[in-house]
Design a protein around this ligand. Structure first.
Ligand code: GDP
Ligand code: IMO
Ligand code: MG
Length: 497
């Protein structure tokens, strides 16, 4: 592969709010790699691989697993929130598709998702009112909180039941103080959720049945014994010798450190966090490819989205429980991209792009590509970019790109700058109290109005699309290396051959 010539360690990350096609490209580069490793997030991720008419969705198992039988090694690194129940479930589904797991390794140091994390994630969200984040409910925030509070349990503890129990007791003592404040009936209901063993871990008096938890997690220890190892040491030995592909999760704009805080996830989803999450140094990564959905983008969950089609109305609609692919289809039927109403255009793009959460089934909010965000995000990845889902906009007559914002709020101090009503922002300020006053300034382009799904060469793309790509490259200071024109492996254009 010309693009990766001479490279040994590369990373695929997302420059937006996730769901940009990391699964597709990890699978795509899986052919090249010897080792594929995840280092951030947990089962909040949903990475899709489409092969012919078969779709595989991975939450925790790296997207290189389909190459396991070819001897490629897949690793869940130390930075991942490891939910053994999800891993077992994923492995059983994959087994049915004939997938092997001869080369799947789990870091002994990854932190465990436990029933209390799933309970706390769900209960806090249900009580947060307008402060809710719209989490995936996979316990991610509470796991990383425990990690930093130094009361977490790790995968290694699965192998030592006595130590596991001691640490669990200590962790739960800490949690009970918080949990006693909540309504017992709400707790009881959440504890019956299938992600919480359908009531297996519930005890009416003490909330948690410690014996049941220890028993189940000891079983996981036995089940995964062969997979658990020191993956940091393994990768450090391999770096510079084997071809390593790091699989990002979520996206830079969801990073706990650099994203649209507080509407973020709980790990650092940039390449820095990713390298750290597999025990490597950032400068071990020789090429970072950052994915960008273009020329539209999506977000799922709460938080600002200045270019959202239909603005508030869309955010509210997409956050309404029960709205999913089926209910939208029933309500709106088939919508073309020819919509004059912005909200309806958002629904149409969602339907055309099949933008429904791979983890939760929630509708993803849709909007125009936003250059202030892109300029900001690539600072944390690199200027090497993959454009995905371009084909979704094939039938759109007019393409808008947000080139800057006009700040329309009251005077506000941001570090060494003062924002005033009318200030122009070329690069985003991720502060929510700024974002709510950011009015996008658009440049409009004519759509290319032809199907690009069968095209495989840059030179064959419609000139109108090439103009848009060139404009974005210049404006955002990026280089588009790959253009994705469909979900399948082969629906891919390598820009430089
Ligand atoms: P990830 O979380 O970044 O791995 O992305 P998801 O799997 O959550 O969402 C991306 C969706 O877009 C998946 O359903 C992919 O199969 C699909 N996809 C990826 N690239 C393309 C593309 O270029 N065009 C189209 N139409 N779909 C794509
Ligand atoms: P992939 O890897 C899109 C979002 C949630 C929520 C916020 C916090 O498939 O791109 P969390 O459960 O992590 O505490 O939720 O982050 N979120 C994602 N959005 N893609 C993802 O992963 C996401 N993982 C978390 O919707 O807004
Ligand atoms: Mg996803």
């Amino acid at each position: 592969m010309k693009l990766l010539k001479g490279k040994k360690t590369i990373a695929v990350v997302c420059n937006q709010w996730g769901d940009t096609g990391k699964g597709k490209f990890v699978d795509y580069f899986g052919e090249w790699a010897d080792i594929i490793a995840r280092g951030t997030g947990g089962a909040n991720a949903g990475h899709t691989i489409r092969l012919g008419n078969k779709e595989h969705i991975f939450h925790l198992i790296p997207s290189g697993i389909l190459y396991d039988a070819k001897g490629k090694i897949n690793i869940i690194g130390n930075g991942v929130a490891f939910d053994p129940a999800v891993v077992e479930h994923e492995m059983s589904l994959l087994k049915k598709s004939g997938c092997s797991f001869k080369n799947l390794l789990f870091s002994k140091d990854a932190h465990l998702v436990l029933p209390q994390h799933l309970l706390l994630d769900r209960i806090k969200e249900s009580k947060a009112g307008s402060d809710k984040i719209g989490t995936t409910g996979r316990g991610i925030g509470p796991v990383y909180e425990d990690h930093y509070a130094r009361i977490g349990l790790t995968v290694n503890d699965l192998l030592n039941p006595k130590i596991f129990e001691e640490k669990l007791q200590r962790n739960l003592r800490n949690k009970m103080v918080v949990l006693r404040q909540y309504d017992k009936n709400v707790i009881k209901k959440i504890m019956q959720h299938e992600h919480l063993g359908s009531g297996l871990f519930y005890d009416a008096k003490n909330i948690f049945n410690i014996d049941a938890i220890v028993k189940e997690y000891t079983r996981y220890g036995k089940l995964f014994k062969k997979n658990i190892t020191d993956t940091d040491a393994f990768l450090r030995k391999a770096v510079g010798k084997k071809k390593i592909l790091l699989e990002g999760a979520q996206g830079n704009l969801l990073s706990i450190d650099h994203g649209t805080y507080p509407f973020v996830t709980a790990s650092d989803c940039t390449v820095q966090g990713l390298a750290k999450g597999v025990g490597l140094r950032e400068n071990d990564v020789e090429m970072t490819l950052g994915i960008v959905k273009a020329p539209f983008m999506t977000r799922v969950g709460e938080g600002a989205f200045p270019t959202e089609f239909g603005g508030e109305e869309s955010a509210k609609w997409c956050g309404t429980p029960g709205i999913n692919k089926e209910t939208e289809k029933e309500k709106f039927g088939d919508l073309s991209l020819d919509q004059t109403d912005d909200f309806k255009l958002g629904v149409a793009v969602r339907m055309k792009g099949d933008e429904y959460g791979a983890t939760t089934g929630r509708p993803r909010r849709t909007g125009w590509l936003d250059l202030p965000f892109l300029r900001y995000s690539v600072q944390y990845s690199s200027s090497d970019v993959i454009f995905t889902k371009v084909d979704v906009m094939d039938t759109c007559k007019e393409i808008k790109i947000c080139v800057a914002y006009e700040y329309t709020g009251p005077e506000y101090i941001v570090g060494d700058k003062v924002l005033k009503n009318g200030s122009r922002l070329n690069i985003v300020v991720t502060d929510k109290d700024v974002l709510k006053y950011c009015k996008p300034i658009y440049k409009t382009f004519p759509g290319w109005l032809s199907s690009i799904r069968n095209l495989r060469k840059m030179k064959d793309l419609p000139q109108k699309l090439k103009n848009i790509i060139k404009f974005i490259e210049k404006e955002a200071g990026i280089k588009v290396r790959i253009i994705s024109v469909g979900p399948d492996r082969e629906e891919t254009i390598m820009v430089d051959g």
